[in-house]
Design a protein around this ligand. Structure first.
Ligand code: ATP
Ligand code: MG
Length: 772
C-alpha cells in the first residue's frame, strides 16, 4: 500500500471504507455495483485522481466515459479539482464524443471524408423517408421513423447490410434493401448518424491493427460510469480497446437501467466477470445524496420491480421534508405551480441552478418554458427539444453545411427552397431523378445539367450561384460574421420577418442566438502551449457544425448564467439537485402508455426511481387532471407510481389561493387572485368538469400542506356506502370499479376505473354512481 502524502490524504479522507477500498485498489478490473447517490461517480473521479496522484499514471493513459455531455463536463471539473496537474490530455467524454474524436483523427482509415458531418435523428428520418420513396415502397407500410429505428438497432448490434443472410423473407429483404441504400447515400454525402459514429469507431479499432495497438498502448485505464446502460456495441468496443492489459473500472446500478429501448443491456454487468478476468465486485449501500423521506420513496417504488440485483439504500442523514404532491387542473396550472414554488426557494435559500424540473417527454418543456419566461426566470434545457433542432436554426445550418460540403444532399434539399424561390416539389423530384440516374449528388446534378428542369432551371442556377458567392464571401471572415451574412443573403431573415407574430419573433431571436453561438468557436489567442496529444483542431465551421449535431440545447440561458435546469428524466441520469420537480405524473404519460403497453413497465419504474433519486432535499411531484397531448385533451389518472410510494412520506400540497377557473378558458382568461366561487361551470353534468370543480374550489390558506388523506392511499370504507373495489355504474361512463376516495363531505372525490372509459376522479356528490 502506498504511503499517503499529506496532499493525498484529503483524497481518500472523505470516502467511507468501501469507497476507499475501491479507489485505492491495485490495478485490477473492478465493478462498483451500487444504488443511486451511493457515491459511484465520486468513487470513479477519485479513482482517476488517485491513479494520477498516487500511482503516477499519466492523464494521457486514462479514458473516462459516461453518457451525457453534462455528466462528462462535470466529471472533468471534479477531477480537475482533485489533482494539481493539467489533465487536458485525458480523454473524458460520452461514448459518442469519444467515437467522434477518434473518427476525426483517423478519418482516412475510417473511410470518411475529412469534413464528415453528423446526421441528427431528425435528418436521419427524412433521409430514410426519401430512400423508401426511391425504392418505391409504400410509405404507409414503411414508416420512416420505424425503419430508421431499425437501422440504428442493427448498427448497435454491429450488423451491416452484408451480414444478413437472405432467407427468403420478403420483409427482411426490404429492410436490408433500405438499410443498404441509406448507408450508400450517407457515404456519398459524407454524413454519419449517431449509431454510425459508434459502429465506425468500433470497426476502426477492431480492424486496423496499428490503430488498435496505438489505443491499447495508450489507454491503460478505462473507466466507465453508468455502465448499466451500455449496449452491445459499446461493450464490444470497450473490450477491443482494453485488450489484454487495459484495466477496466466500471460503476453502475441495475435499478437505473433506462435505455433498453436503445439496446442497452443490463446483462453486460454480468458478462463482465467472464470477459474481464479477476473482476472484483464492490457494493455500496450508504446514500449520501438524499433525505430519508426521498430515499424511502425511492426504495418503496423500486421494490415493486422483480428481477433486481437487489440492494437497499440507507442514509444516516435526517428524514427531511416530505415529498409534496400537487394535483393541477391542467398543464398550465402545473407550470404555474412550479414557478410559484421556485420563487419561494429563491428567497435566499438556493440558486436557480440548484433547481431542476424533470419531465418524461421533451414536448412537455414548452409550457414550462412559457411560464418561466413570463416569470422572468432564466432556464436552460438539457436534451429533449434542442435549440439546434428548431426549424429556423436547421434552415440556417443547412446553408452552412452546404458551404462546407456541397454534396450534402440533405442540406441541399432543405436550403434549395427555403425561403421559397420557385423551385417546386416536381422540379426537386426531377433533380433527384437526375442525380440518381447519374449517381451523383444533387449539387452536381444541379450544376452540371439541369436542362430538363425547364423553368426551375434558372431559379436553381441562381441558388447554386448564391451558395458559391456566399462561399467565397465568407471564406476569409470570422465564423460569426459568416453566419450573419448567410442568414441575410439567403433571405432567411427576411423570410421569417415577413411571417410576423410571436412565433416569428422568437425565430428571429433564435437566428441571432445562432450567431452568438458561433462566436465561441472562433479561435482564441491563448498562452497555453499546444498539447501534442490533443486531436488536431478542425476549422471553426466544422467544429461548430459538429457541436450543433452533438450537443443538446445550449441556447436558453447565457453560459455561466444562474438558471433553472430543465430536462427529460433520461437526461437527468447521474445528476443531483437540491430541489427537484417531477411533473406530469400521470398514467399514459408516466408510465408512458407505449412503454407500459410494450411490457416495459419496469423500465418506466426505473426511470421514476432515477427521477426521485436526483433530489437531495426537496422533491415535488405533480400531475394534471387534464392535459393537451398531441393536440387532444386528455384526462389521465394520477400515475400508478404515486401509489407505490409509501404514503407516509408524501403530502398533498395546495395552491396559493383559492380559485376557480372556467373549464376551458385560455390561461390568460383567469386571474390568479380570483377568489372562490363555483363558477367553474358544468358541475352538474357528471363529467370532466366535475373534476375541475373538485379542484376548483380550494379554500386552503396559501401554500399550506395537508397530509394526503389516508383515503387516497387506500381507505377501504368510503362515504355513501361505497367501498374500495366495489362495482359501480355511471350514467355516461358505464361500469367500473372504485379505486380510491379523497376529501370529505361535500367535496369527497372518488376514483373509478371504468371498463370502457379509463380511470377517472369524480365528485362523488355529482357523479350519481349506482352501486352494483
Ligand atoms: P447516481 O447513481 O445517481 O449516479 P452515484 O452513486 O454516482 O449516484 P454520486 O453522485 O457519486 O453518487 O454521489 C452522490 C452524492 O453523495 C454526491 O453529492 C457526493 O459528493 C456525495 N458523497 C458520496 N460519497 C460521499 C462520502 N463518503 N462522504 C460525503 N459525501 C459523499
Ligand atoms: Mg453517478
Amino acid at each position: 500500500m502506498l504511503e499517503l502524502s499529506s496532499n493525498l490524504s484529503p483524497l481518500v479522507a472523505s470516502l467511507n471504507p468501501a469507497q476507499r477500498e475501491a479507489v485505492t485498489a491495485p490495478p485490477e478490473h473492478r465493478l462498483v455495483l451500487a444504488g443511486a447517490g451511493s457515491g459511484k461517480t465520486r468513487v470513479l473521479t477519485h479513482r482517476v485522481a488517485w491513479l494520477i496522484a498516487a500511482e503516477g499514471v499519466s492523464p494521457m493513459s486514462i479514458l473516462a466515459v459516461t453518457f451525457t455531455n453534462k455528466a462528462a463536463a462535470e466529471m472533468r471539473a471534479r477531477i480537475e479539482q482533485l489533482v494539481d496537474v493539467p489533465i487536458r490530455a485525458m480523454w473524458v467524454g460520452t461514448f459518442h464524443g469519444v467515437a467522434h474524436r477518434m473518427l476525426r483523427m483517423h478519418w482516412k482509415e475510417a473511410g470518411l471524408p475529412q469534413n464528415f458531418q453528423i446526421l441528427d435523428a431528425d435528418d436521419q428520418v427524412r433521409l430514410v423517408k426519401r430512400i423508401i420513396k426511391n425504392l418505391e415502397l409504400p410509405d404507409d407500410q414503411w414508416p420512416a421513423k420505424t425503419v430508421a429505428g431499425w437501422i440504428s438497432a442493427q448498427k448497435e448490434e454491429a450488423r451491416r447490410p452484408q451480414h444478413f443472410a437472405d432467407e427468403g423473407d420478403y420483409t427482411q429483404r426490404q429492410f436490408v434493401r433500405i438499410y443498404s441504400a441509406y448507408q450508400a447515400q450517407c457515404d456519398r454525402q459524407g454524413v454519419v448518424d449517431f449509431a454510425e459514429l459508434l459502429l465506425r469507431a468500433y470497426e476502426l479499432t477492431r480492424d486496423h491493427a496499428d490503430i488498435q495497438a496505438h489505443y491499447r498502448r495508450r489507454f491503460r485505464h478505462i473507466l466507465v460510469d453508468e455502465f448499466q446502460d451500455t449496449n452491445k456495441l459499446q461493450y464490444d468496443w470497450l473490450r477491443v480497446i482494453a485488450g489484454r492489459d487495459g484495466v477496466l473500472f466500471a460503476v453502475g446500478d441495475d435499478d437505473q437501467s433506462i435505455y433498453s429501448w436503445r439496446g442497452a443491456r443490463v446483462d453486460n454487468m454480468l458478462r463482465l466477470a467472464q470477459d474481464f478476468r479477476g473482476l472484483e465486485v464492490v457494493r455500496l449501500e450508504q446514500n449520501y445524496r438524499s433525505t430519508g423521506n426521498i430515499l424511502a420513496a425511492a426504495n418503496g417504488l423500486i421494490a415493486k420491480n422483480a428481477g433486481r440485483l437487489g440492494k437497499e439504500l440507507w442514509t444516516d442523514g435526517s428524514d427531511g421534508e416530505p415529498i409534496q404532491l400537487y394535483a393541477a387542473f391542467n398543464e398550465y396550472d402545473e407550470a404555474d405551480f412550479v414557478v410559484a414554488r421556485i420563487k419561494e426557494h429563491l428567497d435566499g435559500r438556493c440558486a436557480l441552478s440548484e433547481i431542476a424540473v424533470l419531465y418524461r417527454m421533451g414536448a412537455q418543456s414548452r409550457v414550462l418554458e412559457e411560464a418561466l419566461i413570463r416569470a422572468r426566470l432564466p432556464y436552460r434545457i438539457y436534451g429533449g427539444l434542442r435549440f439546434f433542432e428548431r426549424q429556423e436554426i436547421k434552415d440556417a445550418l443547412a446553408y452552412l453545411r452546404l458551404l462546407h460540403n456541397r454534396h450534402d444532399d440533405t442540406s441541399f434539399e432543405r436550403a434549395v427552397n427555403t425561403p421559397p424561390r420557385g423551385i417546386g416539389a416536381t422540379s426537386v423530384e426531377k433533380l433527384r431523378q437526375l442525380a440518381r440516374d447519374k449517381d451523383v449528388s444533387l449539387w452536381t446534378a444541379a450544376t452540371q445539367g439541369a436542362g430538363p428542369l425547364g423553368r426551375s432551371a434558372a431559379a436553381l442556377q441562381q441558388f447554386t450561384g448564391l451558395i458559391e458567392s456566399l462561399a467565397s464571401e465568407t471564406k476569409a471572415v470570422a465564423l460569426s460574421r459568416a453566419t450573419e451574412r448567410v442568414i441575410e443573403r439567403s433571405g432567411l431573415r427576411e423570410h421569417y420577418r415577413k411571417e410576423k407574430g410571436e412565433q416569428a419573433e422568437a425565430r428571429l431571436e433564435n437566428l441571432d442566438e445562432l450567431i452568438s453561438a458561433t462566436r465561441s468557436f472562433e479561435p482564441r489567442v491563448t498562452n497555453e502551449p499546444p498539447d501534442e496529444n490533443e486531436s488536431p483542431r478542425a476549422d471553426p465551421l466544422t467544429e461548430f457544425l459538429t457541436h450543433a449535431a452533438l450537443e443538446a440545447g445550449e441556447a436558453q440561458a447565457g453560459p455561466g448564467e444562474d438558471c433553472v435546469q430543465l430536462m427529460t428524466l433520461h437526461a437527468a441520469k447521474g445528476l443531483e439537485f437540491p430541489v427537484v420537480f417531477m411533473v406530469g405524473m400521470e398514467n399514459g404519460l408516466f408510465p408512458h402508455a407505449r412503454s407500459a403497453g410494450e411490457g416495459n413497465l419496469e423500465e418506466e419504474r426505473r426511470l421514476c426511481y432515477v427521477g426521485i433519486t436526483r433530489a437531495r432535499k426537496q422533491l415535488y411531484m405533480s400531475y394534471a387532471e387534464m392535459r393537451r397531448m398531441h393536440g387532444v385533451e386528455q384526462n389521465n389518472a394520477p400515475s400508478m407510481f404515486l401509489r407505490e410510494i409509501p404514503p407516509e412520506v408524501i403530502v398533498e400540497t395546495r395552491p396559493r389561493a383559492s380559485l376557480t377557473r372556467p373549464a376551458f378558458a385560455p390561461r390568460s382568461a383567469y386571474g390568479r387572485e380570483h377568489s372562490a366561487g363555483f363558477s367553474g361551470g358544468g358541475w352538474d353534468r357528471g363529467d370532466v368538469n366535475e373534476r375541475r370543480g373538485a379542484y376548483g374550489a380550494r379554500h386552503e390558506p396559501p401554500l399550506t400542506r395537508q397530509p394526503v388523506s389516508p383515503s387516497m392511499m387506500g381507505k377501504s370504507e368510503g362515504p355513501a356506502g361505497l367501498r374500495l373495489g366495489q362495482s359501480v355504474r355511471h350514467e355516461k361512463f358505464g361500469e367500473g370499479t372504485v379505486l380510491a376516495f379523497d376529501g370529505d363531505g361535500e367535496r369527497t372525490r372518488i376514483e373509478v376505473r371504468f371498463k370502457n372509459a379509463g380511470t377517472k376522479w369524480l365528485m362523488l356528490s355529482f357523479a350519481r354512481l349506482e352501486a352494483l
